[in-house]
Design a protein around this ligand. Structure first.
Ligand SMILES: Nc1nc2c(c(=O)[nH]1)N[C@@H](CN(C=O)c1ccc(C(=O)N[C@@H](CCC(=O)O)C(=O)O)cc1)CN2
Length: 291
């Protein structure tokens, strides 16, 4: 048996195109484009690539991109002052500070300084609380992208057993909340989980987000499971995910590749959140399902 390869790159391209179509009436109604501000601190090469891609995708969707680059040794107060300026700027609908940040900057202080109603990353505790309690807000882009792929492959997720491996605030926890929202039975596994293999063996859905190259072995999987690999690990042999892709392909029903699976969904969902923010801020109709 060979699993379906979930083409996140193509799915993300279609999502970006739908967003671009909705930007046209937004601009006509609001007399301006949705605006996304992205802040990059330092010169981490991967972060620089992601920020460039975000700017390019934002402009291609007909939105305005505001890019701010700060030196690696910038003080926390200067970064917080920039966030205050962006919070107050009416042309800015979404604010994102690229992670990771240099050691002298407290990530939590930065995340909580962003106006929750412009927090298109969905990292602010107010948005985490909204997600946990079912109130409209912003959902973190990577887990929302994973959910879109899962629903595309499986349709209704209700009653399915899901395992999320990883408990980060950015991926693992919000992913678990989203799956609970879809009426899955959710287990969150992590570095202290005993006998991970047997936990994974029960799951119809496996979301791996631990940052450990090829941790999840093909032979652990339930036959036919849907496997979403969030890992992007740079190894001597190249880019690999958290899942043993070749092994998974012979047991699972569907698997996301790395690259070309979840990664491209992150930026497409960022554009989605930016458009939703702009529509909400202008009091225009928001049709989340069209996106
Ligand atoms: N403020 C944020 N910082 C970070 C986030 C985030 O959502 N908000 N996520 C990641 C980085 N990231 C976007 O910022 C991101 C990661 C990966 C991809 C992607 O398309 N990856 C490609 C592989 C590209 C490569 O060679 O590295 C793929 O998987 O196909 C896009 C965006 C951490 N920081």
């Amino acid at each position: 048996m060979s699993a379906q390869i979930i083409d996140g790159k193509a799915f993300a391209a279609r999502l970006r195109a739908r967003i671009g179509e909705q930007v046209v009436p937004f601009r006509a109604a609001a007399g301006r484009a949705p605006g996304l501000a992205v802040v990059l601190v330092g010169e981490d090469p991967a972060s620089a690539v992601y920020v460039r891609s975000k700017g390019k995708a934002t402009r291609a969707a007909g939105m305005e991109s505001f890019e701010h680059r700060l030196p690696a040794d910038v003080g926390q107060d200067a970064l917080l002052a920039l966030i205050d300026t962006l919070n107050a700027d009416p042309a800015v609908d979404g604010i994102l500070v690229q992670l990771p940040l240099p050691a002298q900057i407290d990530e939590r202080a930065v995340t909580t300084r962003i106006d929750p109603d412009k927090d298109v990353d969905g990292f602010h505790p107010v948005n985490a609380g909204r997600l946990a309690t079912g109130i409209d807000g912003f959902v973190p882009c990577t887990p929302y992208g994973c959910l879109m792929l899962l629903k595309d492959v499986l349709g209704d997720l209700s009653g399915l057993d899901a395992v999320v491996i990883g408990r980060s605030n950015i991926v693992g926890k919000p992913m678990a909340q989203l799956l609970i929202g879809e009426s899955c039975t959710v287990t969150v596994a992590h570095s202290r989980t005993r006998d991970l293999a047997s936990v994974v063996a029960r799951a119809d859905i496996v979301v791996a987000a631990v940052g450990r190259p090829e941790l999840v072995r093909g032979e652990w999987l339930k036959p036919g499971a849907c496997v979403i690999d969030v890992g992007i690990n740079r190894t001597e042999t190249g880019l690999v995910g958290d899942v043993d892709f070749a092994g998974a392909m012979s047991v699972a029903g569907a698997v996301t590749p790395v690259p070309g699976g979840v990664g491209p969904m992150t930026i497409a969902c960022l554009l989605r959140n930016t458009l939703l923010s702009a529509q909400r801020r202008e009091g225009l109709p928001v049709d989340e399902r069209a996106l």
